[in-house]
Design a protein around this ligand. Structure first.
Ligand SMILES: [Zn+2]
Length: 305
């Protein structure tokens, strides 16, 4: 990396913790201190760990010589970081969505939609972390194109969250686990989200949580977050089988019932939707149970998969 050796383009990706961007070997930008970098062997790994492609060395274009249609799609995401680029928009710009999807899958190990999602979320998280206008970054503005998402932060709050006493606060932090990087969200009442950063449902869950808890998302941690980190560490070391940390899981009474039953499955054992439905005394609700499992926002602690 210090030699800017072009032979290592695409062999490693380096995340710079101070700026949250990731680079390829030849980047011309000033070299960061060793303690501020993290090395990854794949593009996807750098992305799911919260880094954004560097604007100087452009890993998206240069790491694996993208054809012109992929370059165009990447450019569209960069220019519209908060907008969802649908297949329809791609077609309007003369791009074949199937070709784009295939290229992303083959070269980055993820779909174009997943790439966009990570890009949006990483941007939003970084802005929140920097304390940049939470009004515009509370994981909602600009997402009006996503289905089921009908409000913007302004509409919801009408004023800055700093001055707002009526709104609750959700604190978001990112942690690393042996299974991959995760987001953890907490309110004063407990943990309300624990999800892998590449989870497809993430944006829906963020907006759902904000609506249900009448809250805004800000960067930070509280005592519940700290307790969870400690318990997760013990869990992954094999020293813990049950979690004591408090949860705050808003949902319908049916969903809550389903999640409660999930929580009762003993460590190391599995269950089925059918068994869950019978336990709920509603043996025909198998599909509804499956759906409610899918809506669970607190993975590992409420073991849904
Ligand atoms: Zn760079």
């Amino acid at each position: 990396m210090l030699d800017r050796n072009p032979q290592y383009i695409g062999v490693f990706f380096v995340g710079v913790k101070t700026t949250s961007v990731f680079c390829i070997a030849t980047c011309r930008a000033r070299k960061p201190k060793k303690e501020n970098v993290e090395f990854y062997s794949s593009f996807k790994e750098a992305l799911v760990n919260g880094f954004r492609p560097c604007k100087v060395c452009k890993p998206t274009e240069n790491a694996s010589q993208a054809p012109s249609n992929a370059v165009m799609a990447i450019e569209m995401v960069k220019k519209n970081p908060k907008k969802k680029i649908s297949d329809k928009i791609l077609r309007k710009n003369g791009l074949n969505p199937y070709a784009i999807r295939r290229w992303f899958k083959k070269n980055y190990g993820m779909t174009f939609q997943a790439y966009q999602r990570m890009y949006r979320i990483n941007n939003a998280f970084k802005e929140l972390k920097d304390g940049n206008s939470p009004t515009s970054t509370a994981f909602d503005s600009g997402y009006e194109s996503l289905s089921g998402f009908g409000y913007t932060y302004k509409k919801l709050i009408g004023k800055s969250p700093i001055n707002s006493n009526e709104r609750n606060i959700i604190l978001i932090d990112r942690i690393t686990t042996p299974l991959g990087p995760m987001f953890v969200c907490a309110t004063v009442n407990g943990i309300c989200l624990l999800e892998f950063t590449d989870r497809k449902m993430l944006e829906t869950e963020f907006s759902d949580l904000q609506r249900r808890l009448n809250a805004v998302i800000l960067s930070g941690e509280n005592e519940h977050t700290k307790q969870l980190k400690k318990e997760l560490e013990e869990y992954f070391q094999g020293k813990r089988k049950n979690f004591n940390v408090l949860l705050d899981t808003p949902g319908t009474s049916f969903q809550k019932g389903v999640w409660e039953i999930l929580g009762e499955i003993p460590f190391g054992q599995t269950s089925t939707y059918q068994k869950q439905a019978i336990k709920l005394k509603n043996k025909n609700a198998v599909r509804a149970v499956a759906r409610a499992n899918g809506m669970n926002r607190v993975s590992i602690i409420i073991p849904c998969h």
